[in-house]
Design a protein around this ligand. Structure first.
Ligand code: FES
Length: 136
């Protein structure tokens, strides 16, 4: 996947609606696969992605120099470990978010910073009555 265009990146500082513990982001129809959102919740920025129909959310600021992760490219990464019998293998296609600042990689599903031994916070996203909602 490539970096988002300005049309693909919706900056939402005002959630559509809120209910206890959830923020309504959009209708499912208006948040198709490949699309993304950036949501400001208090002082926090959260990046929300639709990866092949699966909604995922991750803390939206890179811990290195605070680049906005919602502007990063989604792709895969090369792994080489015991599970791959120490052979290099392309993995997690479309699930690895590359920071637009200096290319640190994060697995959107787990929050793991690839190769750094820490994780960013992830958030649950649910669909209720055809509405996409971020669970806080
Ligand atoms: S700001 Fe993300 S790697 Fe530097």
């Amino acid at each position: 996947m490539t970096s988002p265009t300005s049309e693909q990146l919706t900056i939402s500082t005002e959630p559509v609606n809120t209910e206890k513990g959830k923020i309504t982001l959009s209708t499912v129809e208006d948040f198709p696969p490949g699309d993304r959102r950036q949501v400001k919740v208090g002082a926090a920025i959260i990046a929300v992605f639709n990866i092949n129909g699966e909604y995922r959310a991750i803390y939206g600021r890179c811990p290195h120099q605070f680049a906005l992760l919602s502007q990063g490219r989604l792709q895969g990464t090369v792994i080489c470990n015991e599970q791959t019998n120490w052979e290099t293998e392309w993995a997690y296609d479309g699930e690895i978010l590359t920071c637009p600042g200096h290319a640190m990689e994060f697995h959107v599903k787990t929050g793991e910073a690839i190769g750094y031994g820490f994780k960013l916070r992830t958030y649950k996203v649910v669909v209720e009555n055809c509405m996409v909602k971020l669970v806080l």
